[in-house]
Structure formats: C-alpha cells, structure tokens
Write a protein that binds this ligand. Structure first.
Ligand code: CTP
Ligand code: MG
Length: 227
C-alpha cells in the first residue's frame, strides 16, 4: 500500500494518508478495507519516510499489535514507494495487490474480484469503470486550448486500485522500470513489458481522495456507512 505521498493537490499540510476521515486516518480506513477481504493475508505499507515510527504506532493502536501489517519507508515517487514495499514482502505470496492508501473505501467485492482473477490465471488485473464525461483531446494554441478531437468514450475506462499481479510479473516490471521513474500506474509498467492486463468492474466507492472536494465525498460516504 503506497501511503508516502504528500497530498499536494489536497493541501492541508499533513501527508494525505494521515489525514483524518471521521477521526481515523485515511490509511487506517484503507487497510481495514483491504484486510476485510478473505483473500488478503497481509499488508506492507510504504509510509512517509520521516513518519515510519509514528505510522507503526498508529497502526498498532488502531488495528492491534498483531495485525499482519509491516511498515517500511516509502520513496520520493509512488513508483519508488511500491518498489520499496515489494522488496519488503515475505517469501510466500504469489499474488500481490497494489492499493492506494488514498482509496479508503474500496468495497471488499472489488478486492475479491481482483484476487480471484489473478488466482484464475490473469498475470495482471485492474478494476475499472466506464468514463462518464465526454473526453476531448486538446492542444495549446495562443495561450488558450483548442480541441483536437473527441475521443470515443465507449472504449475508455477509468482505472482504480487495488491492481492485482502475479508477484513475479510485478517484480519484473519494477525491476525493468527506470529507477528514478514516476509511473503512477503499476499496470502500465506491466503493459510496457507486453503482458496482458485483465479488467474487472471497479466501484464508485473505490474513488481516490485527490482534491478537497473528494474529502467531502469521503466524509459523506463514511457517515452513510456508519448510520
Ligand atoms: N504515494 C506514495 N509515495 C509517493 C507518492 C505517492 O506512496 N512518493 C502514494 C500516495 O500516498 C497515495 C497513492 O500513492 O496513496 C496515490 O497517489 P496520489 O493520489 O497522487 O497521492 P499524493 O502523491 O500524496 O498526492 P499529490 O499527487 O496530490 O501530491
Ligand atoms: Mg501524487
């Protein structure tokens, strides 16, 4: 679980994964959502590098000292954070999920669908939703933007996490990627190796908290779930 980002688009000073939703840091919600899936046995969190001890303490308090969660220092980019977490995985796990801490409310059904698809032979799996807005390609022109073309939305998908992989496939993709790279989509790295990526249905509840508006949505969803 990459959780080391600064959350610059959200603002507010605190690393995004540590921002609270209903008095609990987003990271805790995300871990609970993931660990609620029977197919998930353990998690490795890539925490903000200067906050590893604090995050260990937080998770011991919130999830219990014996929760199957390891915390390592994340990196300067998401790609690096995922690589560092992958390196800390223990020996026996042929299937690996990569899940953003910034998607705190992914439903168990989505997690299970991703795990099931990898277990039934897909080397890489992404949950995705159809794109609802009309999408246009634009180009800069005289300080403004001009439409180049309208993309056919029917074949477009907005991709979420958790993305699931055969562990050897994800490890190979990270090993092949440029070390200083900033790829924010693990499946994209696997695609570049020529590996097929399978799509399963995502969920609106798996949305990523990116901008301040998303916090409103997250708080509303949490209130509804707790009601
Ligand atoms: N992430 C990470 N390490 C980084 C950057 C991002 O582990 N160096 C994680 C974030 O913590 C988040 C996930 O990757 O859980 C998705 O990234 P994003 O939504 O872009 O989060 P931030 O990078 O924190 O936000 P921003 O890009 O607005 O700064
Ligand atoms: Mg980011």
């Amino acid at each position: 679980m990459p959780a080391a980002g600064l959350g610059l688009r959200l603002g507010g000073g605190l690393p995004k994964a540590l921002r609270e939703l209903g008095d609990v840091p987003m990271l805790v919600h995300a871990l609970r959502s993931l660990l609620a899936a029977p197919g998930v046995g353990a998690a490795v969190v890539a925490a903000p590098p200067d906050g590893v001890a604090d995050v260990r303490g937080l998770l011991a308090r919130e999830l219990g000292a014996d929760a199957p969660v390891t915390v390592v220092a994340g990196g300067a980019t998401r790609q690096e954070s995922v690589s560092l977490a992958l390196a800390a995985l223990d020996g026996d796990c042929p299937v690996v999920l990569v899940h953003d801490a910034a998607r705190p409310f992914v439903p168990v059904g989505v997690v299970e669908a991703v795990v099931a698809a990898v277990e039934s032979g897909a080397p890489a799996v992404v949950p995705a939703l159809p794109v609802v807005d009309t999408v246009k390609e634009v180009a800069a022109e005289d300080g403004a933007e001009r439409v180049v073309r309208t993309v056919d939305r029917a074949s477009l998908r907005a991709v979420q996490t958790p993305q699931g992989f055969r562990r050897d496939v994800l490890a190979a993709a990270h090993a092949a990627a440029a070390p200083g790279g900033d790829t924010t989509d693990d499946a994209g790295m696997v695609e570049r190796m020529g590996v097929a990526v399978t799509v399963v249905p995502g969920s609106e509840e798996a949305f990523k908290v990116t901008r301040p508006f998303d916090l409103l949505l997250a708080e509303a969803l949490l209130a509804k779930r707790r009601a």
